[in-house]
Design a protein around this ligand. Structure first.
Ligand SMILES: NC(=O)N[C@@H](O)C(=O)O
Ligand code: NI
Length: 183
């Protein structure tokens, strides 16, 4: 007997530091303090996130992802985490993109998934061990600067949801999230 499929439609939330704080940092100049440097010519928005990659001798590296959007509405089939390090995504082209996360734990709870919309000027830094979906670009060949870990050990756990769980992510609530964020 095939177990009943529980279908959840995710609501996309505006990305704010407060809403995202249990998953990581929001790297957002618009919501951060600064101090002046370079003889008053430059604002320094200091230490917006920490790079936590030293476990098991890891080192920080900087990469660029060029991403192709997935098909929407998206049925979320898997989530991943990096048990040995944080992972930061900074948008390079100013395009909105999606972030999908779930709280730390042995496995991602499909009932605890949260979807957020970045306004394209906001980056995110997933804290070590936070479940997240691989990058969810909304613009073709979008580009992100990535700060994460290189080193020994397994730093990527993937969990695929079973057939009886279906979590859909539709873009129709994007407008709502974008509107709310704009208010
Ligand atoms: N696999 C990889 O480097 N990318 C993922 O970690 C991701 O979060 O997109
Ligand atoms: Ni990742």
């Amino acid at each position: 007997m095939q177990p009943a499929t529980t279908v959840r439609q995710l609501t996309i939330e505006p990305l704010t530091k407060e809403a995202f704080q249990s998953f990581g940092d929001v790297i957002d100049k618009g919501a951060s303090d600064y101090f002046m440097i370079n003889n008053g010519s430059t604002r320094r928005y200091h230490s917006l996130a920490e790079v936590d990659v030293a476990d098991e001798g890891g080192k920080p590296i900087i990469s660029i992802f060029q991403a192709t959007p997935l098909q929407y509405p998206l049925t979320v089939k898997m989530m991943e985490r990096h048990p040995l390090g944080s992972q930061a995504f900074i948008p390079l082209l100013g395009n909105q993109y999606l972030i999908l996360v779930a709280p730390k734990g042995d496995k991602p709870d499909p009932n605890a998934l949260r979807a957020f919309l970045s306004n394209g000027k906001q980056g995110v830094n997933y804290h070590k061990g936070v479940w997240h979906h691989p990058v969810l670009a909304l613009s073709d060949q979008d580009q992100f600067l990535i700060v994460d870990r290189a080193g020994e050990g397994n730093n990527c756990d993937e969990v695929y949801f079973t057939d009886d769980v279906q979590v859909d992510l539709a873009l129709d609530s994007l407008e709502q999230a974008a509107l709310t964020e704009a208010l």
